[in-house]
Design a protein around this ligand. Structure first.
Ligand code: ADE
Ligand code: ZN
Length: 336
């Protein structure tokens, strides 16, 4: 088999499913712990990496929320995001739609302003210095209450024009989309796009609810939709983008082995799948490594890879002119 890694690294692509807190590398975690005088329960970077063995989503979330405790200042959020943008640009990402979890920080006494202003300053710098455009997805933590989600939407109001979408993440099972129908309706009324994690660990019913009750523009993950043929047909007919995360699925035991990953089955069923890294510092690879690993495990062709990158642009929340400009870059690359 030819080595697809160079082709993948140069392939213009968008990343649509990335939690910025999940891009906190152990090295930066240590640096910020020292800068902010925060104690962390690890003696070395190696010890941190050794702790990243998960048997399900909750296992991971417990460690991920603990790691985020080192993030304290506007400069920390700037440095976190800038480190991600540098890695993403090296992976051929020309547009990124990054999720952030304000409640993880505001519940620790960090000002919403410090979180978002740090991210926004890195986003401006990434565009100026790396030519990488980006937008923000404010994600509500679904293990918390509807009331807390409303308070977060309220706190976001001064920056609402700088936020592209709202999302729904954290512990899925037991926290169905219906719990947040009203806050998503309020966000939609403000012109925000809608996405939600659904069908990662939760049943196909949660994907139905995300579509019907949240009126999503995208579904994050969506793996378990494959258990419901009528749902698959609906997702295909609606052209609903799925933001699939192969290495995350492997690390969180959504699949036992990448050779069993359903990505190409999704494409064959007419689903608009994309490839993303989710929480790259925790799952062992940024977006290009996700493309490469799943391509190798599933025998994907160059055409498949171009289809996945095309889906990443058409599934983005960019305006049509920007989508067209990014697609033109992709088609020029694919024709080389
Ligand atoms: N938060 C960060 N990564 C997540 C994932 N894969 N699922 C749900 N919540 C998350
Ligand atoms: Zn996610």
């Amino acid at each position: 088999m030819t080595d697809l890694a160079p082709f993948i690294a140069g392939l213009p692509k968008a990343e649509l499913h990335l939690h910025i807190e999940g891009s906190l590398e152990p090295e930066l975690m240590f640096e910020l712990a020292q800068r902010n005088q925060v104690a962390i329960p690890y003696a070395s970077v190696e010890e941190v990496r050794a702790a990243y063995a998960f048997s399900n989503l909750q296992d991971f979330l417990d460690i991920y929320y603990a790691g985020a405790d080192v993030l304290r200042t506007r400069a920390d959020f700037h440095d976190l995001a800038m480190a991600y943008f540098v890695r993403a640009a090296a992976d051929g990402v020309i547009h990124a739609e990054i999720m952030f979890d304000p409640q993880t920080h505001t519940d620790r006494g960090i000002a919403f302003a410090d979180v978002i202003e740090g991210l926004l300053s890195a986003m401006s710098m990434a565009e100026a210095e790396l030519g990488l455009t980006s937008s923000l997805i404010l994600s509500f933590l679904r293990h918390l209450s509807e009331e807390a989600a409303f308070a977060t939407l309220e706190a976001a109001q001064p920056w609402i024009d700088r936020i592209a979408a709202v999302g729904l993440d954290s512990s899925e099972v037991g926290h169905p989309p219906e719990k947040f129908a009203r806050v998503f309706a309020a966000a939609r009324a403000q012109g925000l796009k809608i996405t939600a994690h659904a069908g990662e660990e939760g049943p196909p019913e949660y994907v139905h609810q995300a579509l019907d009750l949240l009126q999503t523009d995208r579904i994050d993950h969506g793996n378990r939709a494959l258990e419901d043929p009528a749902l698959v047909a609906r997702l295909a007919a609606e052209g609903m983008t799925l933001t699939v995360c192969p290495l995350s699925n492997l690390k969180l035991c959504v699949v036992d082995d990448l050779v069993d990953h359903p990505l190409d089955r999704m494409l064959a069923l007419g689903l608009k799948a994309t490839v993303n890294s989710d929480d790259p510092a925790y799952f062992g690879g940024y977006v290009a490594e996700n493309y490469r690993a799943v391509a190798e495990a599933r025998g994907l062709t160059r055409n498949d890879l171009v289809t996945l990158a095309r889906n990443s642009f058409t599934g983005s929340f960019l305006p049509p002119e920007a989508v067209a400009a990014n697609l033109a870059k992709l088609e020029a690359y694919a024709a080389m």
